[in-house]
Ligand binder design. Structure first.
Ligand SMILES: O=c1[nH]c(=O)c2ncn([C@@H]3O[C@H](COP(=O)(O)OP(=O)(O)OP(=O)(O)O)[C@@H](O)[C@H]3O)c2[nH]1
Ligand SMILES: [Mg+2]
Length: 193
């Protein structure tokens, strides 16, 4: 009998290399990830519906099964904003500006929210997998390699995501929690689904 285990393959549509690296590290030996870089339009709305629509468009463009991911950074003092718009807030305001947005509030707590969506093909209903990581917004600490990692300190840790070892981030992050749900789903599916 062959000792080689056939891995399930999933096409991940993303333009973000850091996301891709983390997803590959989390799914290593479980799911083989093929990356397709298409800049998908992202609609406004609640995180779940943004992920659903992004996934429908990805499945349409790839014309086959795909996963996508959408990440939000939600400030509790602002009722969850910037949320799905964090990319543009980060781009325009930077780490300092994001901290200054909370200057008038005692409450610096926040959560990172990651939503993966899987769609079997065009016109199929996407399935969502969500992961959250609570924490707080702090002045930037650590290497500025990935988005807002330097200003997010997860609850129970004295380090920001940027300061901690990647393995620690992958243990507790919004993304790895969502991927745990995704892995559980695929573990129960036949290989051709
Ligand atoms: O410090 C970070 N730690 C993370 O774990 C993380 N995950 C996402 N992000 C950033 O948050 C925005 C989400 O926007 P987003 O989900 O639309 O991503 P994106 O447009 O970069 O890629 P994609 O939509 O092609 O997959 C983008 O600015 C991402 O760079 C992170 N920053
Ligand atoms: Mg995007």
């Amino acid at each position: 009998m062959s000792t080689t285990q056939l891995l399930r393959t999933l096409t991940f549509v993303t333009g973000n290399k850091n996301k891709l690296a983390e997803v590959r590290a989390s799914l290593d030996g479980v799911i083989d990830v093929i990356a397709v870089d298409i800049d998908l339009p992202e609609l406004q709305g609640e995180p779940g519906s943004i992920a659903e629509e992004k996934c429908r468009m990805a499945a349409q463009q790839v014309n086959g099964p795909v996963i996508i991911e959408d990440t939000c950074l939600c400030f509790n003092a602002l009722d969850g904003l910037p949320g799905p718009y964090i990319k543009w807030f980060l781009k325009k305001l930077g780490h300092d500006g994001l901290n200054r947005m909370l200057a008038g509030f005692e409450d610096k707590s926040a959560y990172a929210l990651c939503t993966f969506a899987y769609c079997r093909g065009p016109n199929e209903q996407p399935i969502l997998f969500e992961g959250r990581c609570p924490g707080r917004i702090v002045p930037a600490r650590g290497p500025p390699n990935f988005g807002w990692d330097p200003i997010f300190e997860p609850t129970g840790y004295n380090e920001t995501f940027a300061e901690m070892a990647l393995a620690t981030k992958l243990d507790i992050s919004h993304r790895s929690r969502a991927l745990t749900a995704l892995k559980q789903y695929f573990a129960g599916q036949p290989m051709d689904h």
